[in-house]
Design a protein around this ligand. Structure first.
Ligand code: ASP
Ligand code: MG
Length: 420
């Protein structure tokens, strides 16, 4: 059995979905589980209509209408009509989405999952329906009935033993009749039947969980780049494709924010020695990259990771005490409670600095929870640059004279927080 994952960019238009169909048609007689993300930038849009997120009634309505028009436009192009079962199902999903988006917000993380999960439910419903329509028989499976998490909304923690049992059962049963299964990335379910998500860009992780649970022979992530590049082509002209990546290197890169792969993705497949292929959906015959049991990256070359929209928060105790264990304990308890991932941190005697992804609501909550005892100072609009296998010349070229607010170095890796 093989596991494929198609991300948002690979299904962002009718033409893109036809291309996915073409790729899948090459694997007709194989047992395949295909994990699909929300279409295009749908998740970003849905994040703006979560209850509690500041938006006027008109803005909310306009965003929902925009999202619906986008999906129905693609459906109409693919089916040639807006009649039929698939569009009826999509209408139904939008109806539920609207209900959830219009609730009064009281728990951001919970509300988040009950809204953004619709991106994947809608995309897979549309694509599965289209594939059946053109004769690529497949069965749609609700991944929330396979991947079990706890109630840690927005970043559910997977219960692997339950998930393995549920997944094996479900997939074996479905594949008795149809070899192609279409399911959602990013989302999961709890024992109580509520929806959770696995963290932004979590669809890779979903595919990896399913690969692990099904003892897959391989996993493939289909992307709009030829493989694992040494930098995001958005920032770099002369990228180099890395052909082979050791499992541990991939974990490090993901940890630092390499957008090509989600941080938790590698561990499950590494544990089972399942190789992960990264291939181009634009040029499916090309070789791509593979993450596997290798000694070092091939070819050995500097690797760059850029994270935009960072905020640097400096936290100082109000009572002029030092930043000691007691204070750090308080700060970390708040970060853990809010599920905030720290991208870089540093402490001095009188202040503790941390760099996180900018998020208005979470920032407000940090402030509320800490401001009794601490003074908080921010810098916004920053870029975090991570370079592996660096040297000083490479650092200078990359920073290009910008102001460096924070820098850390280890033997192989340097991280620089700079003004954008
Ligand atoms: N749709 C989700 C996101 O954009 C998950 C994913 O694409 O991997 O974060
Ligand atoms: Mg995505």
């Amino acid at each position: 059995m093989k596991i494929f994952k198609f991300g948002g960019a690979s299904v962002n238009s009718a033409e893109a979905i036809r291309n996915v169909a073409h790729i899948l048609s090459q694997y007709r007689n194989e047992k395949l589980v295909v994990v699909i993300s929300a279409m295009g930038k749908t998740t970003n849009l849905l994040e703006k209509i979560i209850p509690g997120v500041p938006a006027s009634e008109e803005e909310r309505n306009a965003l929902i209408a925009q999202c619906k028009a986008y999906h129905l436009g693609i459906a109409e192009e693919l089916f040639g009509t807006l009649e039929g079962d698939t569009v009826a199902k999509i209408d139904q999903l939008f109806h539920q989405l609207e209900t959830n988006a219009r609730k009064k917000g009281d728990n951001y993380n919970y509300d988040y999952d009950q809204v953004v999960s619709f991106g994947e439910l809608i995309s897979t419903t549309l694509i599965s329906g289209y594939l059946n329509h053109i004769g690529i028989s497949n069965v749609w499976v609700d991944v929330r009935e396979m991947i079990r998490t706890n109630e840690n909304y927005r970043e559910g923690i997977v219960d692997f033993s339950q998930t393995k049992e549920l997944t094996a059962q479900m997939i074996t049963q479905k594949q008795e009749t149809v070899s192609l299964v279409i399911t959602q990335g990013f989302i999961a379910g709890t024992d109580k039947g509520t929806t959770t998500t696995l963290g932004r860009e979590g669809s890779d992780y979903s595919a990896s969980i399913l690969s692990y649970c099904l003892d897959a022979e391989s996993m493939t992530i289909w992307k709009d780049v030829p493989g694992f590049l040494n930098a995001d082509p958005k920032y770099f002209k002369n990228t180099v494709k890395i052909n082979k990546i050791p499992f541990n290197e991939a974990i490090e890169l993901a940890y630092y924010g390499a957008s090509v792969i989600h941080p938790k993705t590698v561990k499950p497949i590494q544990n089972k020695g399942i190789q992960l292929h990264i291939k181009s959906f634009i040029d499916p015959q090309a070789e791509g990259s593979v993450i596997g049991p290798f000694k070092s990256i091939v070819p050995l070359t500097p690797l760059y990771i850029f994270k935009n929209n960072q905020i640097l928060i400096s936290i100082q105790p109000k009572d002029f005490s030092f930043i000691a264990e007691e204070n750090l304990h308080t700060i970390f308890a708040v970060l853990a409670e809010l599920n905030i991932r720290v991208n870089l941190m540093q402490n001095s005697a009188l202040s503790f600095s941390l760099c996180i992804d900018y998020n208005e609501i979470l920032l407000r909550e940090i402030k509320e929870k800490l401001e009794d005892n601490f003074r908080l100072v921010y810098n916004t609009g920053l870029q975090l640059i991570t370079i592996r296998y660096y040297n000083q010349q490479i650092i200078d070229e990359t920073v290009a004279g910008r102001n460096i607010l924070l820098q850390q170095r280890s033997r192989n890796t340097t991280q620089l927080l700079v003004e954008a």
